[in-house]
Design a protein around this ligand. Structure first.
Ligand SMILES: Nc1ncnc2c1ncn2[C@@H]1O[C@H](COP(=O)(O)OP(=O)(O)OP(=O)(O)O)[C@@H](O)[C@H]1O
Ligand SMILES: [Mg+2]
Length: 277
């Protein structure tokens, strides 16, 4: 089934008042962000999408796929699942090696056994682009750090789950390269819903959903001026990343220049840290 549209029909907020935005439709190829204060209902909103809610969750929202209520099988059968989620809190509990887990997951998603080695290699390779300390195939899942676990899940979603709808909850707190991760997860033609407090990620989206008190209170289209601002923010962010990396590597940062917007284009990342022009 090709998914072209995801629609969320409004329900109620925490006070049982109807949400002022009664319908949101996201088409394939769009990244939409969700913003709002802590506790405003962002994770609940994406949980409703993940469960394909049909007026059976506390918010009373309904989720439509291609303008129709989804086949109940889509909710029950994991092989028919069209949604992948990178959640806010996740840990691996399984007592198995990284490679073994990825093989098992790929098999359960119907991949043929002669492609498994390649899939495992590709997934770990991508994960290692997102994290500082590399992950190895024969390491047990349980010894991975928080950042490594999220990097592995991200790569798993991109390579193995490869679902048409991707839900992401606060990737900026994951300790991984967030912009790269978002681009990787967005892929071609997917519907991506990303909860974020990060201005760069929020402005990378074409629209952002604004939440308050458990309900959707507005949708903002990213303006041209905001897109311009986003470009400067990306440069500033890269400057911060480089700085952070230098500190992480245990080096001094006293030679680093102060941030000046006209210089940031020349900031470079070297393997071990930052170089500032
Ligand atoms: N529409 C709603 N109706 C009833 N309860 C709700 C609704 N939306 C959210 N809640 C409840 O409010 C609490 C906070 O919601 P949630 O965790 O989704 O917030 P959040 O915006 O993701 O917060 P954070 O930024 O801290 O992650 C939860 O206990 C959730 O069950
Ligand atoms: Mg949350």
């Amino acid at each position: 089934m090709i998914i072209t549209e995801l629609t969320i029909i409004g329900g109620v907020d925490k006070d049982r008042v109807a949400e002022p935005v009664s319908e949101i439709t996201v088409k394939n190829g769009e990244i939409i962000s969700i913003v709002g204060p802590t506790g405003s209902g962002k994770s609940t909103f994406i949980a409703d999408i993940e469960q394909l809610a049909q007026n059976d969750t506390p918010s009373g929202r309904r989720v439509l796929i291609n303008r129709a209520a989804p086949d109940p099988d889509m909710r029950r059968d994991p092989r028919r699942k069209c949604i992948a989620q990178l959640s806010q809190n996740m840990h691996f509990l399984a007592d198995m090696a990284v490679g073994e887990f990825l093989r098992m997951h790929a098999k359960s998603r119907g991949r043929s056994s002669d492609t498994l080695d390649h899939i495992v290699e590709r997934t770990i390779g991508l994960a290692n682009r997102l994290t500082g300390e590399p992950i190895c195939e024969d390491e047990p899942l349980t010894i991975l750090s928080g950042g490594q676990s999220r990097a592995l899940m991200t790569a798993d979603i991109a390579v193995i789950s490869d679902s048409p709808i991707v839900l992401i909850d606060e990737i900026e707190n994951a300790g991984i390269r967030k912009q790269e991760a978002l681009k990787l997860l967005a892929g071609e033609g997917k519907i991506v819903v990303v909860v974020t407090h990060d201005p760069v990620l929020a402005l990378m989206a074409k629209r952002r959903i604004v939440m308050k008190n458990g309900g959707v209170v507005g949708i903002i289209e990213t303006t041209r001026k905001e897109r311009g601002l986003c470009k400067s923010l990306v440069r500033m962010d890269n400057w911060m990343i480089a700085l952070r990396e230098t500190i992480r590597q245990g080096e001094l940062v006293e030679g680093v220049r102060h941030f000046e917007p006209e210089h940031v284009g020349r900031v470079e990342l070297k393997r071990t840290g930052a170089v500032f022009a």
